[in-house]
Design a protein around this ligand. Structure first.
Ligand code: GDP
Ligand code: MG
Length: 721
């Protein structure tokens, strides 16, 4: 007989080790992050050695009250998919807070198995935890685990299967868990009897949610008006008696119950100086003043290493393509008697376009390794914490910075991580601003400009990172002062994970995941668009008919014509040439396209000796098309303008509204345009240009922007420092 399918749901607070345990259970390799927002979608896997048992990794939640979209995903899953057993993983070094969720899970009438995780840490710190006592009080199995070291994992599996099959010995959750003070208990019992027949299942849970006035829990119950009224009067009576609103009453009752549950369960070791090593490091790293210079120094070093190490590797890869592969392919194709245009298509179009992008891959990999290390050590979580403290004063929440920090790799997961934010206004604002942080694909643009126009100066790349951060802040403040986005910043509570030595596996996994998507894109979309671009560069419309043209005529090509039209739009920003305009627009496909477009165009021009001494990635060629000022303006626009299609798609999914998607795209375009315009036009004045209508306009726009930035917040947005 086939064994019955068993579904295990893995639930717990953020950072309790769910994904680590999930990977151990299933042998899969999900991304592990030690900050919230990494697992935002549920993931399913099959337990190793038990084909009939699946496990579902749910997003981290603190409670079953759906305040955030993640809490809603997890709650809906538990209620609607009816897993056979809930494996609730809790952090033993933070027992009370974690049990807040556990006591709610126990009300769902689904068997619960508790994994008391981080047991290695608790032991190391000398805390004594009596898990048997906790087990008796909770009325469900409690297993000591270390997801990191694999301890207790098999026992969890056995226990979950036992509980799902209703095995008494493994303890199907008995009626236990948290019981509340008499007053609250009575009110819930009264509601239970009112909803009576209407709710065959989970009566207690529904009743306690009804007591909190949680509308969503009552949907689909078809309560009569009279029942609803009776419930309301029960709630009101309890509120009067206990002198608080019902939601706070339940919260307080839950914590009181947890206090009883944990009484004598945990005996904490006394520390000599009461500070862990992490605490001591944090005294400096999150210090009120020193935190900022340290942050700046860390990021500067990160980008410095990525770019300067990268420049050497880039030359090397460039060499492979330019001096190695291209002549080889050319000889080979000539030998086969291929026609000239086909050779051009392959060498200039394909190898030029794709190679230009690939030559930046080593740089990206270095950056991703460094970011991965910072993340795994636990420093990224500190950055969010530090930034929160600073920007709360401007009405911005640290919660908004986590998506942006994740966006340093790629905007798409960054935008998706905005789901951790409860307030819809703040979530929308974060989605709009996240693409401004330079993602990995923008790194080549920065490297190109830094290398070509600023002589490889080390400070250009870190500077652009901080410019990105700065732009986000400015834009955030401006948006926050408008009517649409005003409001208190979202509260931000974040556990700072203990620092630990980065694990090679974790860093390798995150680096691979991020880099692979670039390599994949180079082989697909970049390849395809390079071919299309090559054709557009080699066809022209002459006397109404389409004709193929020689390399030295590309200035008449369709591509050049399109670029020239677009150039009218970008001329006031300083880069109206057809090449740069075309590159900017192809950048919407993917940000690497900017580089690959230059790659194709300059390969052709290079071969014609239009550009002296150019390598085909265009590092030297680009200098011919720009002044320092216009290159800077070009870079700014490309950093802040609407992101690539993939990111726009993510915006659309997360906004879930056409109106807001267009708002985001329009806003980013206008923001980038105005910024580049002001920088270029006012920059011209400083570099000896004459005052013109455009510079007048720039001054007006600057004044207007400053007004939007510094005006008083609207009434009701007074923010607490
Ligand atoms: P999630 O947010 O619940 O999915 O948590 P993760 O699985 O991403 O883990 C958060 C961090 O805690 C990671 O850095 C893990 O390596 C670490 N971790 C997880 N479980 C344990 C454990 O039992 N012991 C120790 N020492 N570290 C753990
Ligand atoms: Mg996770």
């Amino acid at each position: 007989m086939e064994p019955k399918q068993i579904k295990i749901a893995l639930a717990g607070n953020p950072n309790s080790g769910k994904t680590t345990l999930f990977n151990k259970l299933t042998g899969s390799r999900q991304r592990i992050g030690n900050w919230p927002g990494v697992t935002i979608e549920k993931k399913e896997g099959t337990i190793k050695g038990h084909k009939h048992v699946t496990v579902q990794d749910l997003p981290g939640i603190y409670s079953l009250s759906p305040y955030t979209p993640e809490e809603e995903i997890s709650r809906n899953y538990l209620l609607e998919e009816e897993p056979d057993v809930i494996l609730n993983i809790i952090d033993s070094s933070n027992l009370e807070r974690n049990l807040y969720l556990t006591t709610q899970l126990l009300e769902l009438d689904i068997p619960v198995v508790v994994a008391l995780n981080f047991i290695d840490v608790s032991r190391r710190d000398g805390h004594k935890i009596d898990s048997r006592k906790l087990e008796t009080r909770l009325g469900c199995p409690v297993i000591e685990t270390s997801a990191l070291k694999g301890e207790g994992v098999d026992k969890c599996v056995a226990c979950c299967i036992g509980a799902a099959e209703g095995d008494e010995q493994h303890g199907r959750a008995k009626k236990a868990g948290a019981s509340f003070d008499a007053g609250v208990e009575q009110a819930i019992k009264d509601i239970e009897s009112v909803i009576g027949e209407t709710t065959p299942k989970r009566r207690r849970w529904v009743a306690s949610k009804a007591f909190e006035r949680d509308e969503k829990a009552l949907v689909g119950l078809s309560l009569t008006a009279l029942q609803k009224e009776t419930i309301e009067s029960i709630i009101r009576r309890a509120e009067e008696k206990l002198d608080d609103d019902s939601e706070s009453i339940i919260t307080a009752a839950r914590y009181a119950a947890i206090k009883k549950l944990t009484d004598n369960v945990i005996v904490r070791a006394k520390r000599k100086d009461n500070l862990t090593r992490s605490d001591r490091i944090d005294r400096i790293v999150t210090h009120r003043f020193w935190a900022y210079p340290i942050f700046i120094a860390v990021m500067a070093v990160l980008y410095y290493i990525a770019i300067s190490l990268g420049i050497n590797t880039q030359d090397m890869v460039d060499g492979w393509f330019g001096d190695g592969l291209i002549p080889l392919v050319q000889d080979w194709m000539e030998g086969l008697g291929a026609s000239g245009w086909l050779i051009g298509l392959v060498t200039d179009g394909v190898i030029g376009g794709v190679g230009a992008v690939l030559s930046f891959v080593p740089q990206m990999i270095i950056l991703f390794i460094l970011l991965g290390i910072m993340e795994d050590i636990g420093y990224m979580a500190r950055i969010a914490f530090i930034l929160d403290r600073l920007f709360r004063r401007f009405g911005l929440s640290g919660k908004s910075f986590i998506p942006m920090l994740i966006g340093t790799g790629c905007s798409v997961p960054g935008i998706m991580a905005s789901r951790t934010i409860e307030s819809q206004r703040d979530r929308r604002m974060t989605i709009i601003n996240t693409p401004m942080i330079p993602c990995g694909a923008k790194l080549p643009i920065i490297a190109l400009v830094a290398g070509a126009v600023f002589g490889g100066a080390w400070w250009v790349a870190p500077l652009t990172y901080f410019l990105g951060l700065f732009a986000v802040i400015i834009s955030g403040i401006i948006l926050k002062k408008t009517k649409i986005f005003q409001g208190e910043p979202s509260p931000f509570v974040m556990e700072l994970p203990a620092y630990h030595v980065p694990s090679v596996g974790n860093v390798a996994r995150s680096t691979w995941e991020r880099s692979w998507s670039f390599i994949k894109r180079a082989g697909t979309i970049i390849l395809l668009s390079s071919v299309v671009l090559w054709f557009l560069l080699h066809f022209a419309v002459v006397d109404g008919s389409l004709v193929m043209i020689e390399d030295d005529m590309i200035a008449d090509s369709i591509a050049a014509k399109i670029g020239a039209v677009l150039g009218n739009l970008f001329a006031p920003l300083g880069f109206g040439g057809w090449q740069a305009s075309l590159a900017t627009v192809t950048g919407l496909i993917a940000k690497e396209e900017v580089i690959s477009t230059f790659g194709v165009i300059f390969r052709i021009e290079d071969a014609l000796d239009i550009v002296e001494e150019a390598n085909y990635a265009g590092v030297a060629a680009i200098a011919q098309h720009f002044t320092q000022l216009s290159a800077f303006s070009f870079m700014l626009f490309n950093l802040f303008c609407p992101p690539c299609f993939a990111a726009m798609g993510a915006i659309k999914r997360e906004m879930n509204s056409a109106k807001w998607t267009w708002f985001a795209i329009g806003y980013l375009f206008i923001f980038a345009y105005i910024l580049s315009f002001i920088v270029y036009q006012i920059g011209l004045l400083f570099t000896g240009g004459a005052f013109s209508i455009l510079s007048g306009l720039a001054v007006i726009l600057l004044a207007g922007s400053l007004y939007l930035l510094f005006r008083k917040p609207r009434a009701g947005v007074l923010v607490s420092a």
